[in-house]
Design a protein around this ligand. Structure first.
Ligand code: SAM
Length: 287
């Protein structure tokens, strides 16, 4: 396991995934019913954009830094809320000039949205990331950090007692069998907890990824995509987020937010929102 998310934190893929995550959390916590959240591949929880890893790639410059400095004219509410969450996290570390220095990972964004009584489990396997994740949430009883395989956790914790849940699956895709493992675990999870909302991030980079996206479409997700133009070979140029059972109004919010973000991230960047393919309408209400 070599992957460290610190190299990529705040890049265009995080911007897509975290804008969607914030909106999913907002919509799913709008109802006065308890919510369970599982982050199967949680990472470190927060990232130093001025640190060695982020500076090595500079990916955040073309992602969150560019978006945060864009003029706010006509900014869609989902983007404004995402940027507010990033800025609020950053302010905790003393930032005042609007240029993000610290970037919240998915567990931090989940934590911000939780209400008293909601439940959150964050799984991570890499020992250093687990150490950082535990430190990030030290003393916070609302977050259960598990040093555990996220796919096994899916089996162990679903269906949740709350009967309402959001599952984020965001693996590093460095293992050859990642696609296969993910699909197997996801199909099993959907069988056990059919009404859960599942958000699955994936890179769009080769034939294996295309075959994976094809297999995923059988689960009838709403699909979000973002593509960069003019990227040198070997760097991630496109990614997707498939959302199974998106809450009502999520698709509408993403149709408004993603093209706006793509325009601000620069020339050649494009975004797409594709409804479920097999005729089932998107925006099925969560129970
Ligand atoms: N979800 C995070 C976010 O949005 O801020 C980023 C997660 S990063 C893309 C993927 C993480 O999964 C890495 O930190 C890696 O160590 C971890 N990981 C790899 N295999 C895992 C597994 N089987 N179970 C849990 N975590 C795993």
């Amino acid at each position: 396991m070599n992957y460290r998310h610190g190299y990529h934190a705040g890049n265009f893929a995080d911007v897509l995934k975290h804008t969607a995550l914030c909106e999913l959390l907002r919509l799913l916590t709008a109802k006065d019913k308890k919510l369970f959240v599982l982050d199967t591949h949680a990472g470190a929880g927060g990232y130093d954009l001025a640190g060695r890893l982020a500076q090595r790639t500079g990916e955040a410059e073309a992602g969150i830094a560019r978006l945060a400095s864009a003029p706010r004219t006509d900014m869609p509410p989902a983007v404004a809320r995402y940027l507010a969450a990033v800025a609020a996290y950053d302010r905790k570390f003393g930032a005042t000039d609007g240029k993000p220095r610290r970037y919240p990972g998915s567990p931090r964004l989940v934590r911000t949205a939780l209400r008293p009584g909601d439940r959150f489990i964050a799984c991570e396997l890499h020992p250093e990331e687990v150490f950082l994740l535990k430190r990030e949430f030290a003393g916070d009883r609302a977050v259960e950090v598990r040093q555990a395989d996220g796919y096994k956790a899916l089996k162990a914790v679903l269906p949740p007692i709350e009967r309402r849940g959001l599952v984020l699956i965001d693996p590093p895709f460095e293992a050859a069998d990642e696609y296969e493992r993910l699909l197997r675990a996801l199909r099993h999870a959907v069988r056990r907890f059919a009404t859960g909302c599942y958000a699955v991030w994936y890179p769009i980079k080769d034939e294996a990824a295309a075959a994976f996206a094809d297999e995923l479409s059988a689960l009838e997700p709403l699909t979000l995509e973002m593509r960069l133009g003019g990227i040198e070979p070997g760097r991630l140029a496109a990614c997707g987020l498939s959302v199974i059972n998106p809450p009502w109004r999520f698709e509408e919010a993403m149709r408004e937010a993603l093209p706006w973000i793509a325009d601000r991230l620069g020339p050649g960047v494009s975004a797409a929102v594709r409804p479920p393919q097999a005729g089932r309408p998107a925006g099925k209400a969560a129970p």
